[in-house]
Design a protein around this ligand. Structure first.
Ligand code: PLP
Length: 395
């Protein structure tokens, strides 16, 4: 078997099941799960209708690049959302079956192991677990940059030794970030672009939370937008986006990658062999989704209501609770042992949260998730408020 498979770590939710073994959750309370970042707001009818109306598409094989109508819908969304010029839909945009598979596969296409030293993939820490698995299976070594309250949860590249940067072939950034909701600003992008120019690495921007934010006047900056504002082309830059959170369709599996045509060309070749073309009915429904913003506004309204109503009460319990810039998580420094806090909430209140240390690795001598818990505010307003009420009463 491929030896790199043994480098893969147990997924955080598996580790959570393991630590909960033998604990009896409070039977007087209904279970509330705040651990998984799975959107639970209703899927908009325009999307389900489009899906139903296009099932006849199942009669033919889809192509890897998908129908032009989908790539054009994405192109127009990118222009509206980020104020960037139109992209070439034949060279710079590719549909994905959700951003997860694309974020994984891109490393297999980008990483060159025919060098004398092991390639490095830089990742934030804590991080979306796919980045690490992608690095290992591509034959690379991950290098983690701890994102901590001291740097406002941003990635401080100045702490990466030049010897590491010399061997870095790919850098994952997540903006807005999971779990802290941190958005990279133009200064952070300028620094990263300069390093990419100097060391030649590819930047993969994971932007799957870009549409979950709380101030309509301040949508999060995107990677292509930052490049455009800085007067750059998209060399060595690709961004990944998704309908899962934006449009409440995590089960539809629909996203895209856009950016550097030289990378997209090779990635398309890789995907042709890998065999991951998007279902034709999903392509049609996705085009409909990218063309509509009304449902996205309503989605944001629901998240904003939840965050506005829970942050303050939780500050009475955990003083360091902060409103995130974006995304749908509360990343709370409990200043206690995170696994114990998670166990207590499960045992006493039948509430499941994720211990922060499970989302991070020990790097530079610390686990930057230690002491934190992650709450995904994905459920209904009522259930979310019920969870907070239980926590407040208990503590
Ligand atoms: C940071 C991050 N990136 C990517 C994804 C993948 O989303 P999808 O594959 O549904 O687009 C997730 C899902 O939770 C995530 O948290």
């Amino acid at each position: 078997m491929n030896p790199h498979l043994s480098q893969l770590q147990p997924y955080p939710f598996q580790r959570l099941r393991d630590v909960f073994q033998g604990i009896m959750p409070n039977p007087q309370l209904t279970p509330i799960n705040l651990s998984i970042g799975e959107p639970k707001h209703a899927t908009p009818p325009i999307i389900t209708e489009a899906l139903k109306n296009n099932v006849s598409g199942l009669a033919s094989y889809p192509t890897t690049v998908g129908i032009p109508a989908l790539r054009e819908a994405i192109n127009q969304w990118l222009q509206r959302r980020y104020g960037i010029p139109a992209l070439d839909i034949d060279r710079a945009i590719l549909p994905l079956n959700g951003s997860r598979e694309g974020l994984f596969a891109i490393a297999q296409a980008v990483i060159d192991t025919n060098r004398t030293t092991t390639p490095v993939v830089i990742s934030p820490n804590p991080f979306y677990q796919i980045y690490e698995g992608a690095a290992f299976l591509a034959g690379a070594e991950p290098y983690f940059i701890n994102t901590l309250p001291d740097n406002d949860f941003g990635m401080d590249f100045s702490e990466v030794p030049p010897a590491v940067l010399h061997h870095t072939q790919l850098v994952y950034v997540c903006t807005p970030g999971n779990p802290a909701g941190k958005v990279m600003d133009i200064a952070a992008w300028k620094t990263l672009f300069a390093l990419s120019d100097q060391y030649g690495f590819v930047i993969v921007a994971d932007e799957c939370y870009s549409e979950i934010y709380f101030d309509e006047a301040r949508p999060p900056l995107g990677a292509l937008q930052a490049a455009h504002q800085l007067g750059r082309d998209y060399s060595r830059l690709v961004m990944f986006s998704s309908l899962s959170k934006r449009s409440n369709v995590p089960g539809m599996r629909s996203g895209f990658v856009a950016g550097d045509p030289a990378i997209i060309e090779k990635f398309t070749l890789y995907r042709t062999y890998h065999g991951c073309a998007m279902n034709p009915a999903v392509q049609a429904a996705s085009a409909t989704a990218w063309q509509d913003e009304a449902h996205v506004l309503e989605n944001r309204r629901l998240y904003t209501e939840k965050f506005n109503r829970v942050v303050q009460p939780l500050q009475h319990v955990w003083a360091k609770t902060q409103m995130p810039e974006a995304a749908f998580y509360l990343w709370i420094n409990t200043e206690q042992a995170d696994v114990e806090v998670a166990k207590t909430l499960y045992r006493e209140l039948n509430i499941t949260v994720l211990p922060g240390s499970f989302l991070a690795r020990e790097a530079q001598g610390i686990n930057p998730g230690k002491g934190f818990i992650r709450l995904a505010l994905v459920s209904s307003v009522a259930e979310t408020l019920e969870a907070v009420q239980r926590i407040q009463t208990f503590y």
